[in-house]
Ligand binder design. Structure first.
Ligand code: S3P
Length: 167
């Protein structure tokens, strides 16, 4: 099968870990929108937010998603906020099977609370921020997804198997 698999979900949902594993299993190339943006610009995501603001980052993200969705036979991990733009959701749906890796704000928090690389998490109460983001974004994740996988604390191998069965 040369269809693209596109992973969506909040920060810390495991899109990169699961995506890399899945790509290996399915013999596809793995790409991550954030990493491609960093390679192209030569700076990290936090720096892009600092210099260009969130909208500047979202414009770059939209451009990259449009471009990468044209490829074939890839597993694509997308940034957690990429589903906010309708254009991105449209491109994802048109060019791949979209999998939403779904879990609780508490579990996400336990994974990324010490991570300084995510600008949206640099708040006084990151757990509240995550809860709010999940609340605001969940309808978009569900709208765009062909498959929803509840991940919980399961091992990557188990989640990958469930994705394989679902696609
Ligand atoms: C963001 C998630 C990040 C990155 C940026 C914004 C978001 O990607 O794109 O910091 O809006 O949720 P990950 O989901 O890979 O952490």
């Amino acid at each position: 099968m040369d269809k693209n698999i596109i992973l969506v979900g909040l920060m810390g949902a495991g899109k990169s870990t699961i995506g890399r594993y899945l790509a290996k299993q399915l013999n596809k190339e793995f790409l991550d929108t954030d990493r491609v943006i960093e390679e192209r610009t030569g700076v990290d995501i936090a720096t892009i937010f600092e210099i260009e603001g969130e909208q500047g980052f979202r414009d770059r993200e939209e451009q990259i998603i449009k471009e990468l969705c044209q490829l074939e036979n890839i597993v694509l991990a997308t940034g957690g906020g990429s589903i906010l733009r309708e254009e991105n959701r449209k491109n994802m749906k048109e060019h791949g099977h979209v999998v939403y890796l779904c879990t609780t704000a508490e579990l996400l928090y336990s994974r990324i609370r010490f991570d300084k690389s995510r600008p949206l998490m640099q708040t006084k109460s990151p757990l509240t921020t995550l809860r709010n983001l999940l609340n605001d974004r969940e309808p978009f994740y569900k709208e765009v997804a062909d498959t929803v996988i509840m991940t919980g604390k399961q091992k990557a191998a188990v989640i990958v198997k469930r994705v394989e069965q679902a696609i």
